[in-house]
Design a protein around this ligand. Structure first.
Ligand SMILES: [Zn+2]
Length: 125
């Protein structure tokens, strides 16, 4: 699977971009973030690593799923009502993203070998 550039969540299309600077991952450039979804601009940003140190595809995929799950919760009000506050949402979203990304990759449903356009063998890993 190559890095996706957009995702449709319940009819809302989000543009996905990948950053090389954690501060630029934050739309407001105030915090260093691994990822961020903005419901207003319909964008998702994922930190892919700095120029000389790219993060592993599984780590980028985990962050992307994390932001997508936030989008799913936002899109479905009933889910928002099940979560008592933002801190709880963060914990729940990250736990689901972690086990979901691991399960999908472990079972071969998602092959991340081609994530950054470089076949796994050429990456030397
Ligand atoms: Zn989050």
């Amino acid at each position: 699977m190559k890095k996706p550039n957009e995702i449709n969540i319940g009819g809302v299309v989000y543009k996905i971009t990948y950053t090389k600077d954690r501060v630029k991952t934050d739309l407001d450039k105030r915090s260093q973030l691994w990822g961020q979804i903005c419901y207003h601009t319909r964008t998702i940003r994922v930190f892919e690593g700095e120029n000389d140190h790219t993060r592993q595809p599984i780590d980028q995929f985990h962050v992307l799923l994390h932001e997508v799950i936030h989008g799913i919760i936002r899109q479905h009000e009933f889910l928002e009502h099940c979560i008592k506050d933002r801190d709880s949402e963060e914990v729940i979203v990250d736990q689901i993203a972690s086990v979901l990304s691991d399960t999908l990759v472990r079972n071969g449903w998602f092959n991340l070998d081609d994530w950054d356009g470089t076949p796994k063998k050429a990456r030397g890993k």
